[in-house]
Design a protein around this ligand. Structure first.
Ligand SMILES: [Fe+2]
Ligand SMILES: [Fe+2]
Length: 178
């Protein structure tokens, strides 16, 4: 009896995870998205791991508030859709921070059709570094979740020894799909 609310939370989380993957499964099958796993994003984490985590937390929060969680999931997955190493030199890193949302948006448009909210999420996800503020509440969720995930990845990475390239990847970010 005492554990009943906990079971309800677990059940809700399981249902949410299933719904989340229903929204993004087709995108995960595309070659371009699969290639994100070949690039380091933050220290031990591949760009695919980072993108799936951003997508999931954004989906979960949007769902909790009753907002457009499907758009948050899809655009969260595609928000860093660029296929190059951004750690080459400091000049590139600086311009990359401002420019990569536009590159990601162009690449995402080549993978699937995007609605207005999804376009805004991808284009404005670097808000505070880029000046134009997001237009939709889901875009605010993704921009703050992105920053949270970057910080979390940094913290996890400093307590772990990254391998030759980067840490063992499971392909699903920090989620256990089973
Ligand atoms: Fe980004
Ligand atoms: Fe990101």
């Amino acid at each position: 009896m005492v554990f009943s609310p906990l079971n309800k939370v677990r059940e809700y989380k399981r249902g949410a995870l299933k719904e989340f993957f229903e929204h993004i499964d087709a995108l995960l099958e595309s070659d371009e998205v699969k290639q994100l796993d070949d690039y380091r994003q933050h220290y031990c984490f591949s760009r695919l791991q980072h993108s799936i985590d951003v997508a999931y937390y954004s989906f979960f929060l949007s769902k909790l508030f009753g907002w457009d969680s499907k758009s948050a999931a899809r655009a969260g997955l595609l928000h860093d859709m660029f296929l190059y190493d951004c750690h080459d030199d400091s000049y590139k890193v600086k311009s990359h921070l401002r420019l990569h949302p536009k590159i990601a948006l162009e690449n995402a448009r080549g993978i699937c059709e995007l609605n207005e909210i999804e376009e805004d999420i991808i284009k404005k996800h670097m808000w505070l570094i880029t000046m134009r503020p997001p237009r939709y509440k889901e875009s605010y969720i993704v921009t703050f979740v992105d920053k949270y995930c970057a910080l979390r990845e940094l913290c996890i990475s400093v307590t772990r020894r990254c391998g030759e390239k980067f840490a063992a990847r499971n392909g699903y970010g920090s989620l256990n799909r089973a």
